[in-house]
Design a protein around this ligand. Structure first.
Ligand SMILES: *Cc1c(COP(=O)(O)O)cnc(C)c1O
Length: 417
């Protein structure tokens, strides 16, 4: 595929109109929307209105008049269909890490001290495993990490309280079978907690269909809510009213404006709100979800998924063909693949420096340390196209063939990689 072929495919793309709903720098190939989603075109004006009108003019009245108080639930309702959940079951609040803390504590409480082991993968995103370590410690339990997905099943025994997995692995883009693993966990008496950070908005998710127990995920990746956007949390309704999530703030109280001296949890997912939400960030996420409404009209998650798979497939094929020695870490099987592609480069080629050289040429992906070190490219089907695939591989091929990466300014590492 050359740039002409790619442009033809992009011109015929039924989702093409969505790209116009984003502001992306001219000439940039942005393949990091799985880390920080692009800016929706409508967001700056909407935020300006929120600041000047709702805050500046409305002041405290805006809690009612602008609907601020209901925004965490309203955003949850808007997200619900993309998660396979029903309105009323999802709350937008806090960060992914904080929401994971809440649901893991809740899950261990549901096990009533009978089971205290949390099972996860060593390759999970570190914050997930760090939070799980703390929760396991607090309950006198332990976190057990497997090296390979195949090692999970044997650990689902009478000690296992929770199976905590990230649906799409942040390094490799490998996707778990959520239905199967949830069933295995629950058959063994454990609860299933899913992190959807790299799934929400990118791959089909059916929380109710799989009958998972809890799920959390991120607002600033494929959902395009902006840097530090609030995250989401979901609990299966069968767990309503049985436990207290641990961060018992006033806005998770059944009637916060009674200012009662005793805590009484709100019913359902509302209990998972802790304190006052970051309204400006919530507003940015609200605006980003308008783009999801537009995507719904163009075929929804099915159409996004089909495009994402076509892009990642084309990218993997081109990397294999044109980047000598690249070892692709992402599954070729579409059923096992999220919306990103990662690969390692041969010994003697500094992957970090290659990524810096790519960025200097206007192709943004990212680099993830570890063993092996990986170059990672996220494909956001709302705004990426086949031309991005071609531009990225053209640049990669040239940078590696000419060793253009081998320069001091590309080799020295910044604080955020
Ligand atoms: C991005 C990501 C997070 C981010 O957590 P924050 O609390 O927003 O920093 C957590 N878990 C996974 C799996 C992620 O990919």
């Amino acid at each position: 595929m050359n740039l002409d072929d790619a442009n033809r495919l992009d011109a015929a793309d039924p989702l093409r109109a969505l790209r116009e709903l984003f502001t992306l720098p001219e000439g940039l190939t942005y393949l990091d929307g799985n880390s920080l989603g692009a800016l929706p075109r409508a967001t700056p004006a909407r935020l300006q209105r929120a600041v000047e009108q709702e805050w500046g003019q409305g002041l405290i009245k805006s809690w009612n008049s602008a609907g601020w108080i209901d925004l965490p639930r309203r955003l949850g309702d808007r997200l619900a269909p993309w998660l396979g959940a029903r309105p009323g079951e999802v709350l937008v609040a806090d960060s992914t890490s904080v929401n994971l803390y809440k649901v893991l504590h809740a899950a261990l409480q549901l096990q009533q001290g009978q089971r205290k082991v949390i099972v996860s993968e060593r390759s999970n995103f570190p914050t997930d495993n760090y939070i799980a370590q703390s929760v396991a410690r607090a309950h006198g339990g332990e976190l057990i990490l497997v090296e390979q997905p195949e090692d999970i099943a044997p650990l689902l025994d009478e000690r296992c309280a929770v199976l905590m997995l990230t649906h799409v692995n942040y390094r490799t883009g490998r996707m778990h079978d959520m239905g199967l693993l949830t069933r295995w966990a629950q058959q063994a008496g454990a609860l299933a907690v899913w992190d959807l950070a790299h799934s929400a908005g990118a791959v089909p998710i059916d929380l109710l269909g799989t009958a998972a127990d809890f799920a959390i995920g991120c607002g600033y990746k494929y959902l395009n809510g902006g840097p530090g956007a609030p995250a989401f949390v979901w609990m299966h309704p069968r767990h309503d009213g049985q436990i207290w999530q641990p961060l018992t703030g006033w806005l998770g109280h059944a009637s916060p404006f009674d200012f009662d001296s005793d805590y009484q949890p709100a019913p359902g997912i509302q209990q998972y709100q802790c304190g006052t939400p970051p309204l400006l960030s919530m507003t940015a996420l609200d605006t980003a979800l308008d783009v999801y409404d537009a995507a719904q009209k163009l075929g929804g998650i099915r159409a996004l998924r089909n495009k994402s798979l076509a892009l990642t497939e084309a990218f993997m094929g081109a990397v294999e063909e044109r980047v000598p020695g690249a070892a692709i870490a992402t599954p070729r099987d579409a059923a096992l693949r999220g919306s990103q592609v990662s690969f390692a480069l041969p010994r003697g080629t500094d992957g970090y420096a290659v990524m810096q050289a790519l960025i200097a040429r206007g192709v943004i992906g990212d680099f993830r340390a570890g063993d092996p070190e990986l170059l990672r490219f996220g494909f956001a089907p709302m705004y990426n196209g086949f031309a991005d695939v071609v531009r990225a591989v053209d640049a990669l091929e040239d940078i590696i063939a000419t060793r253009a990466w081998d320069r001091p300014e590309f080799i020295s590492r910044s604080k955020v990689t």
